[in-house]
Structures are given as C-alpha cells and as structure tokens.
Design a protein around this ligand. Structure first.
Ligand SMILES: NC(=O)c1ccc[n+]([C@@H]2O[C@H](COP(=O)([O-])OP(=O)(O)OC[C@H]3O[C@@H](n4cnc5c(N)ncnc54)[C@H](O)[C@@H]3O)[C@@H](O)[C@H]2O)c1
Length: 285
C-alpha cells in the first residue's frame, strides 16, 4: 500500500544488485511512494546484476560509481544534480563487502590489505559519499541519509569477521557527520541495523542459515525481511521523521534486546537431549 510519503522527493540509491538486495526493495518502495531517484553501483555489479531491469521498472537513471573512488563519486553527484536540475532529498548507502570473508581468511589470521578494502568499501565509502555530497552542496535542507548496518557493530557474532569493525565505523560516521549536517543543513543521518537477510552479501556470511534460524527464534516479532527494511527506510526518508538523527535504529524484530527466548531455549534443550549431537559438540567454537 502506498501513502505518497516521498511525493516530489529526489534521491540517490546505492547498492541494488538483484531483486534480493535490500537497496532493490528500497528503490521499489521509494518509487511506489512517489520518489524519483538515481541508482548507482559499480560497473561490474551493473554487468553481473539486474540493475538495468530495476532502472526500467522504476523509470530511473543508472550511473556507475565505485563508492571508494572520489572521482567516481564526484562524477555521480554532479550528474545526479544535472539530471534533476538541482539538489536531492535522500541517499541510501547499502554497500558492503569483505574480501577476507569472501576469501575465507579467519579473524585471527586476517590479510591486512583485505582488511583495508573491507573498511574502505563498507565504511569509509559512507564518509566519502557524505563528504562529496557536502562539497557539491547536493542535499536539500531537511534531507535524510540512511546507511545499512548490522548488530555485529555492538556484539560479537561468530564468523562476521572484519565486517564487525566496518559496521562499528559506519555507525560512528553517521553520528559524527550527523552532527555537522544537522547543525549546518538540518539534514539527518542514521543507520538501520537490519536482521540477517538472504541476499548476495548475506549469503557470503558463513553459517547464515543457522544464524537466520537463531535470530528468528530469539526475536519476538521474528526477523525483519528486506521488504520490511525498505518500509522502515521509507519512513526515515519521509517528513514524518524529521528530528530523528545520529541514531543506530534496530529493524530486527526485537533481537537486540533479547537474552534468551523460549523458542531458542527449546531448541537448545532438544540438542542437549540428543546424545549424538552432544557427543559431536565442539567446545572450541
Ligand atoms: N544481508 C544481511 O544479512 C544484512 C544484514 C544487515 C545489514 N546488511 C547490509 O545491507 C547492505 C546491503 O547488502 P545486501 O544484504 O542488500 O546485499 P547485496 O549484495 O545485494 O548488496 C551489497 C551491494 O554493495 C555493492 N558494492 C560492493 N562494493 C561496492 C563498491 N566499491 N562501490 C559501490 N557499491 C559496492 C554491491 O555491488 C552490492 O550491490 C550492506 O551494507 C550490508 O552489510 C545486510
């Protein structure tokens, strides 16, 4: 159901790769809510993914950019402003990648060049987007910027690896830049901390299926889907959330406030009862 929440608003959406992507769902919902936007992703992602299809479907322009490259971002911001003939109202940063996760380097044997790339792609790119947008004065007053995060920024989750550091930095950038943008332009900057979700990036996390099962059992409202994440992002881009800024907002069905749930305890008890499972359990993990 559409409410015209973004009627007349213009935006820039990073990170839609295919129809599983959270950014894809945000783009579809933003379109339904009356927004116009430019889509961006790397040139490689455009070739490998279905970005053209989304651009057609939402009547939007696709401009390639590597979000770690200032030259690409400057070109993107300039072209986006030319396209709209002025400033934009919202930005979605939905970008994440860890070469250490991809190449299976464990946390206690990280490759540091990879670590730098993880930080650059998944966290510093957010700073680069915000700094470039500021340089070109690209955002309208009372605009809104959202980046996607994960609870591994605050808690240790098995196998999330160096993405945990990237998410912690991402959330900190939202606060630090949120102060500057708020003070100078009344623009709000928040991160949305999403439940584990089966996307291309999500599937790269080792044990994602078990993690999704665990968080589903632990969350009183169940895991949030990519579409539910999109709904939440739309409210943050709308004028209904004008004084919400510098926050990390959990869209996780309550998981972040839980310690133990009945449904998780039940599962744990079942596995303790199972002698076979008990025998095979590995205390080192
Ligand atoms: N899937 C989950 O479980 C989950 C949970 C919480 C948060 N998130 C976050 O949501 C965001 C979106 O991920 P997703 O789950 O939709 O997966 P996804 O794989 O669909 O999206 C990740 C996107 O990042 C883009 N990207 C990678 N390197 C880039 C670069 N250098 N420049 C520009 N774009 C680049 C990819 O092309 C891709 O479109 C990420 O920040 C991710 O960490 C995901």
């Amino acid at each position: 159901m559409a409410y015209n929440l973004l009627k007349g608003k213009k935006g820039l959406i990073f990170g839609a790769l295919n129809d599983m992507s959270i950014a894809w769902k945000v783009a579809e919902r933003a379109h339904e809510e009356g927004a116009e936007f430019v889509l961006s992703n790397t040139a490689l992602a455009a070739r490998m993914g279905d970005t053209d299809l989304l651009a057609q479907k939402t009547n939007s322009l696709f401009i390639p950019a590597d979000a770690t490259s200032i030259a690409d971002l400057e070109n993107l911001i300039q072209k986006t402003m030319d396209h709209f003939g002025g400033k934009i109202d919202f930005i979605l940063h939905s970008i994440g990648m860890s070469p250490n996760v991809r190449k299976k380097f464990p946390y206690d044997d990280l490759n540091y060049d990879n670590f730098m790339k993880t930080m650059d792609i998944s966290a510093l790119s957010f700073h680069k987007v915000l700094q470039t947008a500021k340089k070109y004065d690209a955002l309208n007053e009372w605009g809104s910027v959202v980046a996607l995060s994960y609870i591994a920024a605050q808690r240790t989750l098995f196998e999330y690896n160096d993405m945990a550091e990237a998410k912690a930095a991402l959330e900190s950038i939202a606060r630090s830049f949120g102060y500057i943008y708020g003070r100078e332009k009344h623009i709000r900057i928040n991160t949305v901390s999403q439940s584990p979700t089966l996307t291309t990036a999500g599937k790269g996390v080792k044990g994602i299926d078990a993690l999704i099962d665990f968080t589903e059992r632990m969350s009183p409202l169940g895991n949030a889907t990519a579409s539910e994440c999109a709904d939440y992002c739309i409210t943050l881009f709308s004028d209904l959330t004008k004084k919400v800024t510098m926050q990390n907002l959990f869209n996780d069905g309550g998981f972040s406030s839980m310690g133990m749930s009945y449904r998780a305890m039940e599962m744990y008890n079942r596995s303790l009862d199972c002698k076979e499972c008990h025998k095979d359990s590995d205390d080192n993990q």
